[in-house]
Design a protein. Structure first.
Length: 243
């Protein structure tokens, strides 16, 4: 593996961790009104780095518990609703979806390393020669579980729904969004796996390497791009809540 690529991978991952830790400290001191965003902001900073830090400082801080309660006391709309433009609300909605996908992909990929038999259950060595294809099914199932959970804890309290109604609405709100995210992510990872590493570098892109996770950082950005228009449509239609 080229030394420069390893160094670049380590640097990029380190920046992501530093940005995530910085935001985590901030939300610990000033929690978001919508508690799930206390997870969303740091997790998306793992791949969005400085851009996510900027978005959090510019718009995320408008939605702290303190600012929302202060607005309620003054009988006015919270700053997050008054001062956040619709395109940025869509960004927050896409990041909400993406954070679940990120946690799901991290969990499932390392599970595939710890227990390779899981990949065989999904067709590796029988249907697929490459492990990556089998793991995509695992990744998607994990993303679906995380995504629905994240949407449930957003939609249920905002709409005062029952558990069953909350789960149904969470499923409707998240399936299209997370599918679009995973499509973008899978597309780039296939490009990296087969072309960049397989053809250009003649190397195997393995989950246990820093290069793999650097590629995943980039893949998440592609996931964001493919899910953004879907989130725009879902929020416009009222299927997903404005954030």
């Amino acid at each position: 593996m080229p030394v420069w690529l390893t160094a670049l991978s380590i640097a990029s991952l380190a920046i992501g961790f530093i940005c995530a830790i910085g935001i985590a400290i901030s939300v610990a001191r000033h929690p978001q009104h919508m508690w799930i965003m206390n997870i969303v902001w740091p997790v998306t900073a793992l791949f969005g780095t400085f851009v996510v830090v900027w978005a959090y400082r510019r718009y995320g801080k408008l939605a702290t518990r303190e600012t929302v309660m202060r607005a309620k006391e003054q009988v006015e709309d919270p700053p997050s609703q008054r001062l956040t433009p619709f395109p940025m609300m869509v960004v927050k909605g896409a990041c909400h979806c993406g954070s679940g996908c990120t946690l799901a992909d991290i969990s499932s990929e390392w599970l595939g390393v710890a227990a390779p038999i899981i990949a065989t259950w999904f067709g590796w060595k029988t249907i697929f020669h490459e492990k990556i294809f089998a793991m995509w099914f695992v990744d998607y199932l994990f993303a679906l579980a995380f995504g629905i959970a994240f949407q449930y804890f957003t939609i249920k309290p905002m709409r005062d729904l029952s558990v069953k109604e909350g789960l149904v609405q969470a499923f409707k709100a998240d399936v299209a969004s997370l599918t679009a995210w995973q499509v973008g992510m899978y597309g780039f990872m296939a490009f990296a796996h087969f072309f960049v590493f397989g053809e250009l570098l003649g190397e195997k892109l393995r989950t246990s390497t820093v290069e793999f996770w650097f590629m995943m950082q980039i893949a998440m950005i592609f996931g964001f791009l493919t899910s953004y228009p879907v989130n725009w449509w879902l929020i416009r239609k009222g299927v997903k809540e404005k954030m």
